[in-house]
Design a protein around this ligand. Sequence first.
Ligand SMILES: Cc1ncc(COP(=O)(O)O)c(C=O)c1O
Length: 619
Amino acid sequence: MIAMMYLQRLILSQNRNNFWQKLNKSRFNGQKINLRGVRFVYRAQEKSNIAIKNGRIASDKQHWHPILPKEDAKLSDGGLSFEQRESVWNQLHSHLFSYQSAFLGFQINQSFNSEKTKLFMDMAINNDGDPFSASSLDAMNTKVMECAVLDYFAKLWGIQQSNISDEKERAYWGYITSMGSSEGSLLALLNARDYLAGMPLNSPTHNFECPHADNKDESESHKVFNEHHGTVNQSQEFTKNGYVSAKNYGFASSEGNPNNFTPVVFFAQDCHHGFEKALRVLQMKSFGDIGSGKFPCPLKYPNDYPSSFSDEFIDQNGWPRAVPVEEDGSISIPCLVKLVTSFVSRGYPPLVIFTCGTTFKGANDNAQAAINELVPILKQHDMYERRVYSSEHPIKSDVRNGFWFHIDGALGGAQLRFLEMAINQGLVRNMFPDGFPVFDFRIPEVKSLVMSLHKWFGCPVPSSVFVMRKMDQVKPLKNPLCIGGLDSTLSGSRGGHSVLFMWDLLSKMSYDDFRDMAVRGVEMVAFSMMKLQELQKELPFDLWLSHTPGSLFVYFRQPNQDIVRRYCLGSKLLKVKTVGGTFEDRIYSQICLMPHVTENLVLHFIEELRAPGAFSVQK
Ligand SMILES: Cc1ncc(COP(=O)(O)O)c(C=O)c1O
């Protein structure tokens, strides 16, 4: 029976038609309508779906245009002729266009509208410096629109209502980055590091100052402070560059503990790989760097670990290399709580990274549930709030938190928020078994959040929105004249074009439109799962079909390299526990149901998976 089906498909694939062009056409029609409302997209797709069901569609590799040969693109001292240049442009465009049409694997939305923004492509726009401060490039930036986009997200993520009447009332700070979320997270970690290390804040809200300070020398001032505010550890040291070097004063029980200003980073196994790099750049230490070999790990294998965790990820001193994750890819809250407790009880301030949409499985950490468990522990160890002195003004102190929770919402920061609206309105059922994973500033302890614009929303230029609580912003090092404002961003020159794409999209779409876009993602995942399950029934081997609820990814056994390349599939080696209890190395590939993906594309892809030779291992 299965052999017959293969034969039938082989014959079909020889009757190739112009499906690829039809697919493109329906995709672009769909895309335009997509901006107005999702339901119409479904209608637009129906006809070609029927064609596929009737078996008139077959794969057509010829439509993947070959990559531009390197020698054609080579430049020369005298420039290239008109014909050479045209040929290169045409080849490049055909190549990218053909691959864009089949783009299935990564979390990049290929549908956006650049009609309005094209006008600005002939202009060098630069948003250098802080979006909220004046810039000498004022005439040639898009900061007004940048602030409007930031306000939009501040409202969406529950930190600020729009229409702030007084700038002083703004509770958040942020900017649109030049890189993707990697830049926003790098700045979040930099700010968190310095915040937890006791560097001066930009606008401290709870300042304490010793009275009569001007008339007293430093040690006398501290004495007076003692009388007003309780015990102060006199062993404090101030560094050359003006930041408090370190002890915990007044409120903390572990006074004088040298760990009090050493942040320790907790990131999960399925966190984006960029965080390890960020830690190296910022010279920060993870819990393993600090604890391994120094004190016993609070997690004992296997009892304290999720059952899907392989002990290969435990180092020679018994420490996991990252916070273990559950089988669905979300951070293991019991493991996180035990690890954080062991450091907080030693006086270390924790910096925890939660992910909203992990890179491969698309899992959403339940930040709310984790923070609910961590807060009492932080309070118990006087780390929830503590007083920190500044060596710039030795008699001044501020009260701040002894923790930092950062949300990496590169993908989920947008999609999950609108999915939440859809669930609350009863448009889709709540697929999260432990309750909806609220992740944003509605949780008072969340301090920073980043989301990539080019992922779910769609933007041709990589970019992200970074937002943090303004009261937690560490004082920028300089206020350079050349940018006419605070040097608070990570980058110098910043692109101003991505802001325009976002402003354009956000000005055309309502919350309801985005909510529908999120609903469509859920439907597309369900559709893909259903079609892949049908395929599974026909295959003589296990497809390892998997999906984490609430995510936009579906992942399965890696097909052959040709398919992986043509559909730009992301792949990953996973250690999977088998029914027998042993661990097996498996290479999976994923498809990501981004807003540009149509049912046609999914069906076409699955047809390829059906063909003989689609998988190299066919046991
Ligand atoms: C969970 C997660 N975080 C961060 C990033 C990095 O984002 P960007 O590529 O926008 O810098 C990615 C990229 O895929 C990601 O999946």
